[in-house]
Design a protein around this ligand. Structure first.
Ligand code: DAK
Length: 264
């Protein structure tokens, strides 16, 4: 069912708790403008407040691009103060995305450049079509990445590879992105959505609370030293033992049946 009311996004609730967000500005290869960030913030609130939501998929409309960057036409007349305000908005929205309590998968179906690559990096992992192209080409425009790219890209693929991508602005093809660990899996374009839905189906059968706590430990642990990060894990682990889901999961295993999790 398409229940989208957005100017720049498609928002659909599919069966099995799957939410699908489609960046929908195909005439500009789904470039992110200010309206997109407003729409995204609102849509993410909806997802966060939806108790039935289990997985969020994010993709781009059409077959040519996931997102070809921030909208360059909007940048032309921007003052320094406006540019920083936009960067702050984008950082806030991408962090909102990163902190959702459900897994978020980016389905990269073509160009994934600049702000588009930064959007994909704020998702939990990326799957891509074999023809996808990644890049941080901001240096071509005389600017730096401004939506978290210098940090999230370095953390994911290491500083040397991130440095190469960012200072050269070169386009990285899908197979290289896979080898570098930027992408988890590559599929033919037409398999991208079915494979994402199959993964969503697998996730949906697991305990939602355990998923939310695992995700939180991974995301919040990224910025911490090992000892502090492991403390988050330990507390999450302990918390699970106050949940119905933990009782159900263990009982189901011992009774040789499938668990029925409720997320509490
Ligand atoms: N913004 C606006 N329009 C774009 C666009 C973009 N990023 N990318 C493509 N388009 C538009 C094209 O202008 C064209 O529009 P029309 O001429 O048809 O009206 C249409 O999409 C189709 O594009 P092309 O005709 O160029 O298609 P091609 O197949 O020939 O080339 C391409 C595809 C992806 C290689 C090419 O379009 C391209 O190089 N696009 C730009 C890629 C890029 O440089 N992206 C921006 C990276 S920089 C900020 C913080 C961060 C950022 C910005 C500001 N602040 C804090 C203020 C981040 C910036 C970036 O993302």
């Amino acid at each position: 069912m398409n229940n989208s009311a957005y100017q720049t996004l498609g928002f659909e609730s599919l069966d099995g708790g799957v939410c699908l967000l489609t960046i929908n500005r195909p005439a500009s290869l789904n470039a992110l403008n200010s309206a997109t960030f407003t729409d995204l913030a609102h849509a993410l609130e909806r997802v966060a407040g939806d108790d039935e939501a289990r997985v969020l998929l994010i993709t781009g409309a059409g077959e040519k691009a996931f997102v070809a960057g921030a909208d360059i036409s909007e940048m032309q007349a921007m003052t320094a103060v406006e540019a920083m305000a936009l960067s702050q908005t984008a950082l806030r929205v991408f962090r909102q995305l990163e902190l959702l309590p459900i897994p978020v998968i980016a389905l990269v179906n073509g160009y994934c450049l600049g702000g588009g690559c930064e959007l994909a990096l704020a998702c939990d992992w990326i799957i891509a079509s074999e023809s996808a192209v990644f890049g941080q080409p901001e240096v071509n425009l005389g600017i730096t990445p401004g939506f978290g790219g210098t940090q999230r890209l370095s953390r994911l693929i290491g500083p040397a590879r991130a440095m190469e991508m960012i200072v050269s602005g070169r386009q990285v093809k899908a197979d290289e992105a896979l080898a570098w660990g930027l992408v988890n899996h590559l599929y033919p374009q037409e398999r991208l959505m079915p494979e994402a839905l199959a993964m969503a189906d697998l996730i949906r059968q697991k305990g939602p609370l355990a998923i939310a706590l695992s995700k939180q430990a991974i995301v919040r642990g990224q910025g911490l030293d090992l000892d502090s990060a492991c403390q988050i894990e330990s507390q999450s682990f302990g918390l699970c033992f106050s949940s119905d889901d933990q009782e159900e999961g263990v009982a189901a295993f011992l009774e040789k049946r499938k668990p029925v999790f409720k997320g509490v």
